[in-house]
Each structure stands twice: as C-alpha cells, then as structure tokens.
Design a protein around this ligand. Structure first.
Ligand code: C5P
Length: 319
C-alpha cells in the first residue's frame, strides 16, 4: 500500500466517538488456513460509546491516558498499536499525539470496545495529522489490528464475513428498535478462549469449503433483517459462541434468563464472545421502562444495565 502524502493544515485538538457493537447474528462456518474462524455475522452499532480526545504534540511521541485504571496503557493497547501502525504505514514523520480515552464501553464484554477505540484512533489521527488516507485505505489498515476493527470504522448495520473484516452493508434503517444491555462488572471473557472451546466441542461439524460457506452467506444476504427481528421469537438470534460461553459463565445464563422474562422483550442473546447480553425492544420507551422497573433486580444479580439505540455510524469525529 503506498500512502505517502503531504499533510494538510494541522488541527491541534480532536474528539472522536467510538461506538460499541452488538451481534445480531454470529455463525461459525469453519476454520481457515490462517487459524482464524470463517464467520458469518450481522453486527449493529449502538449508541453506548467511548470518546477519544486527541491532541497534537510537538515531539513525535504517542502518549495514552484513560479515566479507567483497569485498562492497560502499554504497547499492547489497541489505541497505541493503531497510532503506531498509522504512522508507520503512512510514512508520517511529523507530530506525535497525546490520546485520552473516556471509557464507557465495558472491557472484555463482547461489545468491541477495544476495536472501536482502535478504529476511532485511526480516524482521528488521519485528520489530526492531515494524512488524507481514504476510507478504503483506513479500512485495509484497520483489519491488521483485529477482525472487528473494520466494522467499527464503518459501523451501522453490516454483514461481516471472512474473519469478520469483509463488510456488506445491510438494511436496518428506520428501525425504532432499542437495546437493553446487561453485563456482570466482575466478569470478562477471553475471545481466543471462546473460539478455542467452540472448536474443541464442535470443530468436527465445521463446513469444509468455500461453496458451503457461500451458501450460508447467501442465506444471510437474502434475509429481511428488520422484519425477522421485529417478528420476534419466530426467528431467535443466533450466536454460536453463546452455548459454549453460557455453559461456563453463570452470569450469562442469569442475564439471558432475566432478559427473556421482561414483558416487552422481542428476543435476547449474548453479544460476541460475551459475557454481555442484550434484549431487543420495539422502542426506546419500552426499553427504558424495562430498565426502570428491573434495574434493582439486575443490580441484585450483579449486572450493570444500559439502554441503547441502534445507530447508523461507526467511529466518527465529534464536530
Ligand atoms: O481478530 P481478533 O484479534 O479480534 O481475534 C481475537 C482472537 O479471536 C483470535 O486470536 C482468535 O483466537 C479468535 N478469532 C477467531 N476467528 C475469527 C476472529 C477471532 O478464531 N474470525
């Protein structure tokens, strides 16, 4: 990829919104030659979001701070990795940046918080450093950071294939549906563990090749998502990792049970590799009233809860 460009005029400060995602569908199709799983997913951005504040510095260093002390701020942090990758690949030799993260998306939750922070960093630094990389160039770079990062960059409602990085937008426009999200604050799930466990238990059933993968992709492309979700339990949400994670993590079982009992809940599922779980509601009002009436019950079960809208964007500059 050739990305050597001269910077435009530099802005000093920028704020970028990094929304979380939920999985409306997560199907493991098979194993790839690179060791990752071949997936067929539908991901949806929601308005629970982190915020990243970027400031250009005179030196070339990259410095990260965060209002949540539970997060590692070292070289393993996806924000630092995103900043270094962008600098390296664009050949940019100018300013560094201080990056402050306001963390709202729970960590290790299956909501792509880290991936969305990485996507927001790429988007923000592209602007701050005046690199003028295109959407496509940013998307290509983002896939090097993690399978969910391209989705977090584009956001909205997307079918995600390959290891998750191949995106095809799908229609959820004008949906008034809302999400009630719950997570046990003391529990997080390792994504490699969840996929590894799934492979140990169900690897023998994996589809064997591209023809079979494509049939499953085609089935998702031809689905009317808005209709099938609104019709509720006629087509329950599918997350293949849910069975392996819920077998080991009691808070997932508890979450799904409590959500399914809520009167106006259309359907409930785990997001990504968990442990956060969500319920869909026909409207934000119904989701809010479910939280008002059940907040105490969630807390008693050790669960934090959020009420969220579906949104049509991913990482974006906060003008
Ligand atoms: O791409 P990402 O770094 O988010 O993936 C984390 C881990 O999840 C991988 O190392 C792998 O164990 C598992 N994974 C997978 N197949 C995918 C995506 C993730 O097996 N398509």
């Amino acid at each position: 990829m050739s990305m050597n460009r001269y910077p435009k005029s530099l802005t000093r400060h920028l704020s970028v919104i990094a929304p979380a995602k939920i999985n409306m569908h997560l199907e493991v199709l098979g194993l790839r030659s690179d060791g990752f799983h071949e997936l067929a997913m539908m991901m949806q951005s929601i308005d629970l979001a982190d915020r990243i504040i970027l400031t250009a510095t005179k030196n070339t260093e990259i410095h990260l701070s965060c209002d949540d002390s539970n997060l590692s701020l070292g070289e393993d942090n996806l924000i630092i990795r995103a900043a270094r990758l962008l600098r390296e690949q664009s050949g940019f030799k100018g300013n560094g940046a201080t990056i402050h993260l306001e963390k709202k998306i729970p960590i290790g939750a299956g909501l792509a918080g880290g991936s969305s922070d990485a996507a927001a960093t790429l988007k923000g630094l592209n602007e701050l450093w005046g690199l003028q990389l295109s959407r496509e160039e940013l998307c290509e770079l983002s896939a090097e950071l993690g399978s969910d990062v391209p989705f977090c960059l584009m956001g909205g409602s997307q079918l995600c294939f390959g290891r998750g990085e191949k995106l095809e937008p799908t229609l959820m426009k004008n949906s008034s549906m809302a999400v009630l999200l719950v997570k046990d604050s003391s529990v997080s799930v390792s994504t490699p563990w969840a996929y590894g466990r799934f492979r140990d238990l169900y690897g023998k059933n994996y589809l064997s090749g591209e023809n079979e993968f494509e049939k499953r992709r085609q089935a998702l492309r031809s689905r009317d998502w808005l209709r099938s979700l609104n019709e509720g339990n006629s087509q329950p949400l599918r997350n293949d990792l849910q069975q392996v994670v819920s077998a080991e993590v009691s808070s997932v079982r508890k979450s799904l049970q409590l959500l399914a009992e809520l009167p106006a809940c259309i359907t409930a599922a785990m997001s990504g590799s968990g442990p956060s779980c969500f319920a869909l509601f026909p409207s934000l009002e119904l989701a809010k009233s479910a939280i008002e009436q059940n907040g105490e019950k969630f807390l008693a079960a050790g669960l934090n809860s959020w009420c969220c809208s579906l949104i049509s964007y991913g990482a974006k500059l906060d003008k």
